[in-house]
Write a protein that binds this ligand. Structure first.
Ligand SMILES: C[S@@+](CC[C@H](N)C(=O)[O-])C[C@H]1O[C@@H](n2cnc3c(N)ncnc32)[C@H](O)[C@@H]1O
Length: 288
């Protein structure tokens, strides 16, 4: 017997309650995805026509997606899309799911770039560890005058970033594969370097649910979580422009250690820590 929108949503919510802290939202977003409508359209539809029947094919597809979510698969990987900053990005299990906290880094990068030149004209920007391209594409679209480089060691991640750049029209973004700043073309002297590199200490990873679904390469920051950040800051010494801004996403509690790394390599720079809305250390900023 076919289900109505309301009964399908309620059944999904019940099924997801144990596995997801956002069961109702997940149920709504998955059904909106199956029906090809926005979440708000579905919410209105569920209020006005709760008894509207779902066709059996849509219901079967919905139940299959709900089963994946109940099995612990992250919602963004099931939907294949996730919102970040001002745009929606393709995401696959090859890339980290972009987090809202990372928007602080984008905002700080835009603020610095716009102080230097309107639309970032003439600036070179490097996003190290670009993943889905969420940061690089956001900066490229907001700074049409800048040349943006999205760098990653993972070819699979770069393929996703390339599709995002093409779909969102980031014509001023180039992607390159390699280890940290070694991937940047030798002639490029970056003015703005941003990086959300892996920063979780290796030993903590095993106990984290995130490590079971997102790429380890995107999470593992070595013994103290700062191994890649340390290497990148050292690389910046020989590569960054005379006036530059370096923005590094960090975990709560890493602010002092990451600031010390920046000060040791750039004693003349102004170094501070930007907190997220929860009041935690989120981004270390070094400006020279
Ligand atoms: C935490 S994810 C960030 C992804 C994306 N920038 C974001 O904020 O959503 C870290 C990224 O760094 C990349 N990465 C790890 N080690 C790297 C290295 N040695 N050189 C360049 N990229 C690296 C990973 O492949 C991954 O895409």
């Amino acid at each position: 017997m076919p289900d109505s929108i309301q009964t399908a949503l309620r059944a999904a919510e019940r099924r997801l309650t144990e596995s997801s802290p956002s069961a109702r939202t997940d149920a709504l977003l998955l059904l909106a995805h199956v029906l090809g409508v926005g979440r708000s359209v579905l919410e209105v539809e569920a209020l006005i026509h709760p008894d509207r029947l779902l066709d059996p094919e849509a219901l079967a597809r919905y139940e299959a997606l709900v089963a994946r979510r109940a099995g612990g698969e992250p919602l963004p990987y099931i939907l294949g899309r996730w919102a970040f900053f001002r745009h929606e990005f393709e995401v696959t299990p090859d890339v980290l799911i972009p987090r809202p906290e990372t928007e602080h880094l984008v905002e700080a990068g835009l603020a610095w770039a716009c102080e230097q030149a309107q639309d970032g004209a003439g600036l070179s920007v490097a996003d190290v560890g670009t993943g889905s391209g969420a940061i690089a594409v956001s900066l490229a679209l907001a700074l049409p005058g800048a040349a943006v480089y999205g760098l990653d060691v993972s070819p699979a991640a770069l393929a996703v970033a390339g599709r995002n750049a093409a779909r969102l029209g980031a014509a001023n973004l180039r992607l390159a594969q390699g280890d940290l700043l070694d991937a940047l073309p030798p002639a490029i002297v970056p003015d703005l370097i941003v990086a959300n590199l892996p920063y979780i200490p290796s030993a903590e990873l095993e106990s984290l649910a995130v490590a079971r679904s997102e790429p380890r390469l995107a999470l593992d920051g070595g013994p103290d979580g700062l191994a890649l950040i340390r290497r990148l800051v050292a690389q910046c010494v020989g590569r960054a422009a005379r006036r530059f801004c370096l923005l590094l996403e960090i975990a709560a509690g890493q602010g002092d250690a990451a600031s010390q790394i920046c000060r040791a390599h750039f004693p003349e720079a102004r170094v501070d820590v930007i907190n997220d809305y929860a009041g935690h250390d989120r981004v270390v900023r070094a400006v020279r």
